[in-house]
Design a protein around this ligand. Sequence first.
Ligand SMILES: C[S@@+](CC[C@H](N)C(=O)[O-])C[C@H]1O[C@@H](n2cnc3c(N)ncnc32)[C@H](O)[C@@H]1O
Length: 242
Amino acid sequence: MSNSKPSCTPSKQRTVNEDRNADFFDGWGEYHDMVGSLDTYSNSARALDSELAGRVVDVGSGGVVNYDCSRIAELVLVDLSEVKQAGSSWPSCVRPVLGSAVELPLETGGYDCLLMQMVVHHLAERDFATTRERVGQAFREAQRVLRPGGRLVVLESVMPGVLEWAERLAFPLTRRILAWMGHPLVFQWRAASLRRLAVEAGFGTAKESWVPRGRWMIFLGRRMPTALVPVRFVKLVATKAG
Ligand SMILES: C[S@@+](CC[C@H](N)C(=O)[O-])C[C@H]1O[C@@H](n2cnc3c(N)ncnc32)[C@H](O)[C@@H]1O
């Protein structure tokens, strides 16, 4: 089991919402236990079973290694959160690294798979245009570090299209409410938007499939019955042209 300290200090100043994310997850002591106990996350882990092999990067890992590692030779866990990236017991193939999804401190073209599990909605910042640009930048970074033929695997909670539009319109209000709640800014995409952003970032193909919802999930930092939350779970697999 690996228990190493994370390497690298992010080279740039963190953004406002990166700071909020790091503080929020650093201070959320029971996060791993909650993820481990909820059926929705067992379903998403199962959906990853056949996806991860070789040299793998898990961006926004939160220190959660809830998937099969038997075919993984090296697993780089990238996160802003220093606490979540230290002190956990992981398989020996793990290398924790501090860094941001939009500027990965990793070499170009060296990895077979890059996973983003429940992290894209956290790449929100200031307004819709900035948020869209940041997700695009994170996907371009994924494209950069993957080898030709490598795959970006995004597991994400997504909204129906009409609610994505409502979120866009209500962005300034949502930003204030979430700040008042002490929650980092989030923006929940619809599946088709994620696919479009992956293709715009240069991925040759991008296909999505649905992951069954469990009875319980985490929403805005709380354990919630999924029946009360208007999201579905999607797995998007985008391949870098060979
Ligand atoms: C909801 S948790 C998901 C953790 C884990 N992937 C899982 O599926 O349980 C979101 C994680 O993304 C991280 N995060 C947020 N913004 C990030 C960014 N810009 N770069 C890297 N990680 C980020 C947070 O620190 C947090 O650990």
